[in-house]
Design a protein around this ligand. Structure first.
Ligand code: DAH
Length: 345
């Protein structure tokens, strides 16, 4: 009987639940294709009595609607579910996407290297402010007022405070003063930091750069200690066999003062563009701490003596990596910076 069949298939469809694309397809094949159940029931409908047709016509149309709606719902629900799973998991068989790693700035690499060498000699790391007063940047370091030595470094002055100049520090020697004022000898410290000078920016000069200051104060410290410490530093940084030489120089805060050259890292002393044919390149200033500086910081200069040195990190880096333009350090061009990726430490 047609009515019985419709009832039975209606029940089957109402209980249908797709759990895969294959279930949905099987449903379509069973009910909706041209040789499927819906079509065959319509065939059967043709041969029932007119009286039955009046009743069953509506029932059969509702059955067809139910079959189609069930199919559409299963199709869209299953389709969505599939897309959601795909979004969550992705295709786990694909090769992974490599993360782009950053790299350390060459100046940070070299600063770390310098600091590590001195740490092994028992030096502690100290830091001070970049905005300094006249006392710490100049006066305590034995720059007399109006002395032309103040013009050695073109200063960015910020303001006057209680008659005193406040400026961006021109060198890390100011940290020596802060350290000695705050403690008691012995001092053995290495002081890295950024410094500022009012200079036109070019390949060879910049308005800010970085220095590392060193200070050693104790009883009986001599120039021989200074030479041996810096000689050891150069062997560690540039390799055994690198030569050093000291030339007399002048700094207000050291007496005697010297500049230290190393044998050219490029031509090993034969003479090249970098060393202008001399075979030597200057890397730092140094000297015995002037007794006036010790006294200015409250240290008995009869009992204690010390040495100090200061070097530019950019200069050391240029020599190490043969970088010819200072501006590269602050332009943040990834083509430049990514060359140091292998140097991750
Ligand atoms: N402060 C000096 C400069 O900026 C560098 C320097 C020279 C530091 C000699 C020192 C030193 O401690 O003893 O040019």
């Amino acid at each position: 009987m047609l009515q019985e069949k419709i009832k039975q298939f209606t029940q089957e469809i109402e209980q249908f639940k797709a759990s895969s694309a294959a279930d949905v397809e099987n449903f379509r094949l069973k009910f909706l294709v041209s040789k499927g159940i819906v079509k065959s029931l319509f065939e059967e409908f043709k041969s029932v009595s007119n009286e039955e047709k009046r009743v069953l016509g509506k029932v059969l149309n509702e059955f067809k609607q139910l079959a189609e709606n069930t199919f559409q719902e299963a199709l869209s629900a299953f389709g969505k579910e599939k897309a959601a799973i795909k979004r969550q998991e992705g295709d786990l068989t694909l090769p992974g996407e490599g993360l782009q790693l950053g790299s350390r700035h060459p100046l940070s690499l070299v600063r770390k290297e310098i600091v590590e060498i001195f740490k092994k000699l028992g030096f502690i790391v100290a830091e001070g402010p970049e905005i300094e007063d006249d006392w710490h940047n100049f006066s305590a370091l034995n720059f007399p007022p109006e002395h032309p030595a103040r013009d050695m470094q073109d200063t960015f002055f910020i303001k006057k405070q209680d008659g005193n100049d406040i400026a961006l520090r021109t060198h890390t020697s100011s940290v020596q003063v802060r350290l000695m004022e705050a403690g008691k000898p012995p001092f053995r410290a290495i002081m890295p930091g950024r410094v500022y000078r009012n200079e036109a920016i070019s390949a060879r000069a910049h308005c800010f750069f970085h220095q590392v200051e060193g200070l050693y104060v104790d009883e009986n410290v001599s120039f021989a200690d200074l030479k041996q410490t810096l000689f050891h530093f150069v062997q560690e940084l540039y390799g055994e066999g690198t030569k050093v030489r000291f030339r007399p120089s002048y700094f207000p805060f050291t007496e005697p003062s010297a500049e230290m050259d190393i044998s050219c890292t490029i031509c090993k002393g034969a003479g090249c563009n970098l060393c202008k044919g001399s075979g030597w390149v200057e890397i730092l200033g140094c000297g015995m701490v002037d007794p006036n500086v010790l006294e200015n910081c409250g240290i008995d200069s009869k009992k204690y003596s010390g040495f100090a040195f200061g070097m530019g990190i950019e200069r050391i880096t240029n020599l190490k990596y043969e970088i010819k333009d200072l501006r590269l350090f602050s332009e943040n061009d990834v083509r430049f910076l990514s060359q140091f990726e292998t140097e991750l430490i």
